[in-house]
Write a protein that binds this ligand. Structure first.
Ligand code: CA
Length: 240
């Protein structure tokens, strides 16, 4: 075992923090549009529905800028309610992610423990480059990673093999020498499996049981990844 790669949203940062972030984006958009009469939680739910529908269609497909997809989702909701989205919607979005993004409490210790084992620690994420860099810097963890590979770099969205292969290439390791940690069985576990890389599913509340079969390991806490990787390293050295 030579490398561990992480997904970002729902794996290193919490879904709850992401929801708060998106609610604050919608709130700011409504404030700027002078439409604070609208219930921002209701508008946020509509925005989430539109954007998750658009992103489902993009799984495994060629990359298009996420800023454009998110803006399109916001525009659809805005048209429905008769207001316009500010020109600097993406800047608002990045600023709110920087402010409200929330790491899982054991994320930093987990990354540091893996690095202490001498492993390459990287990220493979469906993200725009400006977004992920700003977000990681705001969380204070940008410098912890040996590599960051985005769909923008790879030209495709997960579970397409390209982001995974590009990350391996950057780390200089073979698929069987690496493991991917994610929270989405269909994108993360399947994407890793398709190229012969093992995967760990982070499923804190065991809500994805039906899809566990796609993953090599399932954990409820990020810190469990360290024990899994240690176990894999020990079994490798005993085989030699
Ligand atoms: Ca995710």
């Amino acid at each position: 075992m030579k490398a561990v790669f992480f997904d970002f949203v729902g794996t290193l940062i919490t879904k709850a923090g992401e929801n708060v972030t998106h609610q604050n984006i919608v709130r700011e958009v409504l404030r700027r549009a002078g439409r604070e009469d609208l219930d921002y939680v209701k508008v946020w739910e509509e925005y989430e529905n539109e954007s998750s529908r658009l992103f489902k269609e993009l799984a495994g497909k060629p990359y298009v800028k996420i800023r454009d997809v998110d803006t399109e989702a916001m525009n659809m909701v805005a048209e429905r309610h008769g207001f316009s989205v500010p020109e600097d919607f993406w800047e608002i979005s990045i600023a709110m992610h920087e402010r409200f993004g929330e790491l899982f409490p054991d994320a930093v210790d987990t990354i540091k423990a893996l690095k202490a084992l001498g492993l390459h620690v990287g990220i493979i994420t469906d993200s725009d480059n400006d977004y992920i860099e700003a977000h990681l810097r705001a969380l204070g963890i940008y410098d912890l990673f040996d590599s960051i590979t985005t769909s923008e770099d790879a030209g495709f969205y997960k579970p397409h093999e390209r982001p995974f292969l590009l990350a391996l290439e950057r780390a200089g390791v073979e698929p069987e020498e690496a493991i991917y940690v994610g929270d989405n069985p269909a994108k993360d576990c399947v994407g890793a499996k398709n190229i012969g890389m093992m995967s760990v599913l982070l499923d804190p509340n065991a809500q994805k049981r039906d899809l566990w079969g796609n993953c090599d390991f399932v954990v409820s806490k990020l810190s469990e990844v360290v024990e899994i990787v240690k176990g894999l390293m020990e079994s490798e050295s005993s085989r030699q």
